[in-house]
Design a protein around this ligand. Structure first.
Ligand code: ADP
Ligand code: MG
Length: 442
């Protein structure tokens, strides 16, 4: 990995944790780990951010485990640490990493997900786990039902904290905070995107004099991910482009993000008809179904996953080398998280976004957020008539209230390759004016 400093032993971690890391062949801390771990070990509350795929999970799991193995519990029955994550898939993944870190040790752990059997979870809680990983809604249910108490909680950790607020979990977070309200509690918040007024006010409520660690800005360019934008006219055009990309690009696995569940199912059926092995995942499915699909995809049973923002956060799927935004996400931060499903742990990835007239506003918001112009690409034989929407003219020139109009396509010289048949159409990068072909970087 590129961003390495110090050694794990220099960070002051317990030797059992160091041994465990050695077994996992994890040798050098990433920057976020090198900076967060000493602060967390010193007992500080923390608001920490760094780009997707930079190792935030271990940045909170390691100091948490250190505290648990080095100090005595405040309570014999209550969990000592709770880790919250916004989606079931992410909670499960954090749990798997925790299980690897605690293997062979004494630490008891439990996973509490929404959509799964409540009574089984009550049974698991009766075994007095030391660490509970949960989605916030289900954890709050257990507090309300009194199958769980948090008076002895020593560490409250929130992964993808901003997403939990977006999903409307503020009330549950407040409830959890109140249930574990004592002087000795340490609270850690992590995400790739934390610069939000809402996050600040939640942090004021939950954290005590937190230290801030921010490695790079949320909108900083992710050097391992090549990003490009393809303009589109309508749904059929997007579907033709999708098939073309999946047939012509080289990738290990791909994730396609769409706006709705109906789209995930329609596109998945369309790709299957083209003999592309593919699965659809959405938040409305049963948990058993969601688990089955994620397990299959992470084992490489399918090459393509079509999904909604339910899979945009945190998921660490190392074989994903291509992300396609079939529709643009409404929130600019979600773009950063979606494309962050590739380019993980130093690997290279590609992100391609389809921008049609309906996506234009969202796309412009994303470019403003990134403070960068995303590179435009065209697929020969599948060029769009749509060329973007010009901003409304300043008030003195435009009639008041006049809606923005589509820019007329610039007259352009016909590229030679136009003669090529549509079947052979291959994606190629062009410069921003849509003219001179550029050589594609690999
Ligand atoms: P983030 O939460 O920042 O998006 P993750 O914690 O999911 O990133 O980690 C991304 C990947 O990097 C995981 O596969 C993880 O095992 C790996 N990883 C984490 N820390 C290290 C490290 N110090 N050295 C090598 N790989 C690491
Ligand atoms: Mg993460």
């Amino acid at each position: 990995m590129s961003e390495q400093t110090d050694n794990f032993p220099d960070l002051g971690l317990d030797h059992r944790l160091l041994q465990n890391l050695e077994h996992q062949a994890i040798t050098t801390p990433t920057e976020i780990q090198a900076q967060s771990i000493p602060l967390a070990l010193a007992g500080h509350d923390l608001i920490a951010s760094s780009k997707t795929g930079s190792g935030k999970t271990l940045a909170f799991l390691l100091p948490m485990m250190h505290r648990l193995v080095k100090t005595r519990a405040l309570s014999k029955r209550d969990p000592r640490a709770v880790i919250l994550a916004p989606t079931r898939e992410l909670a499960k993944q954090v749990f798997t990493q925790l299980r690897a870190l605690t293997s062979g040790g004494q630490t008891k752990i439990a996973l509490l997900l929404g959509g799964e059997n409540f009574n089984e979870q009550v049974k698991a809680l009766r075994k007095d786990p030391h660490v509970v990983v949960a989605t916030p809604g289900r954890l709050a249910n257990h507090l309300e039902e009194r199958s769980l108490q948090l008076n002895g909680l020593e560490l409250l950790i929130m992964d993808e904290a901003d997403r939990m607020l977006d999903l409307g979990f503020a009330e549950q977070l407040t409830l959890i905070n109140k249930a574990a309200d004592h002087r000795l509690r340490q609270t850690l918040m992590f995400s790739a995107t934390l610069d939000h007024a809402e996050v600040d006010s939640m942090a004021d409520q939950l954290l005590k004099s937190p230290k801030r660690v921010a490695i790079g800005a949320a909108n900083a360019e992710h050097k391992d991910i090549t990003q490009e934008v393809i303009l589109c006219d309508h749904l059929d055009h997007k579907e033709a482009l999708l098939q073309n990309l999946l047939n012509h690009r080289e990738y290990q696995q791909a994730i396609i993000f769409t706006a709705t569940r109906t789209d995930t199912e329609r596109l998945s059926a369309l790709l299957q008809a083209e003999n592309i092995s593919c699965a659809a995942l959405s938040g409305e499915m049963s948990q058993a179904e969601r688990n089955r699909i994620m397990d299959g995809f992470s084992r490489g049973h399918q090459q393509v996953l079509v999904t909604t923002d339910v899979a945009s956060r945190g998921l660490d799927l190392l074989q994903v080398s291509l992300v396609i935004n079939f529709d643009m996400p409404k929130q600019a931060e979600e773009y950063v998280h979606r494309i962050g499903r590739t380019g993980r742990a130093g690997a290279k990835g590609e992100a391609v976004s389809f921008v049609g007239p309906k996506d234009w506003d969202a796309f412009k918001r994303i470019e403003r957020f990134l403070q960068r112009h995303l590179q435009r690409a065209v697929v020969e034989g599948l060029e769009a008539k749509f060329k973007g929407i010009k901003p409304a003219k300043p008030a003195k020139k435009a009639a008041p209230g006049k809606a923005p109009v589509a820019a007329k396509p610039k007259p352009k010289a016909k590229p030679k390759q136009d003669q090529r048949s549509r079947r052979q159409a291959k994606p190629s990068l062009v410069s921003d004016d849509g003219l001179a072909p550029l050589k594609k970087k690999r």
